[in-house]
Design a protein around this ligand. Sequence first.
Ligand code: PMP
Length: 334
Amino acid sequence: MCGKLQVPVSNNGHQPEPTINLDHGDPTMYESYWKEVGQDFSLTIPGFQSLSYFSNPKNLCWFLEPKLEDEIKNLHENVGNAVTENRHVVVGTGSSQLILAALFALSNSVNDPINPVSVVSASPYYSSYPEMTNFLRSQLFEWSGDARGFDKDGPYIEMVTSPNNPDGVIRQPVINRPEGMVVHDLAYYWPQYTAITSAADHDVMLFTVSKCTGHAGSRIGWALVKDESIARKMVKFIEINTIGVSKEAQLRAANILEIISLSCQSAHTFAWIKCKEGMDCEKLFRGHKILTRSGRRFGCDPEYVRVSMLSRDEEFDLFLQRLSTIHGDGINGN
Ligand code: PMP
């Protein structure tokens, strides 16, 4: 029932106030977008396809579908939010599995059979970190709370969530000691949540389609990992845990990421509108109190105009309102 209104049955005939469940971070807000955009992007997987455990035996991450790897790199390239060159891509069943894979890989590389490595994050931190870390009572790592109060000597792992869940703050590590290892959880480092100011370039970076496109149900996340031995250990963790990641989910995620990449490429700050043959489009718009720039100024016919999409929301909404009233009057609609 995540995110749905729950209407309890009333026993006195009155409809009680519905409960709004805003506890879960279930990304159903993207549903209307995908209903509009995604109809033509269905994926059919024939019965004979995707039988093998292996996707690419030559790859370090042998269960990673090559198309997903390509689309992940493509999308980061288009968005400019992460460096992918010389990184190993490790796919996981959601970034949740990759968080545990990263904790395993990093703590396993510390050669201390007695003391578990401390896992910390500056509060307010993502509420699942403590439970995930301690759930299996691992001897390799243990939750040690708020990074700001952490004063234990020795190796530690700091989870840096940026932008942060729950407060959206852009974050850096707070401890900064040489024996520290950092996992950058970049689930929300996408332009719909924050300005992308530079391509993130960290040792271990985690992303997820759950927050990027809203397809939380596909359970696909990925890690970009600099160090080969850490990447290998993460792959080993996933191998032991689930012998890889669903190919169907990977192929769907690849398809979805491709759509997003294509839409990034076609984004424009100006609309180029064509009116009916022989019409002076600028004049037509002016008659409806909308100022545009005639196609003539761009070396084209006057039936074209350029419309700036950079105005304030209220102005743009007013433009759309007026546009709807003149549509039959001479605009071709492209
Ligand atoms: N990291 C952060 C910061 C999150 O908010 C979430 C989801 N709420 C996750 C990781 C896990 O995402 P998933 O397992 O769906 O990829």
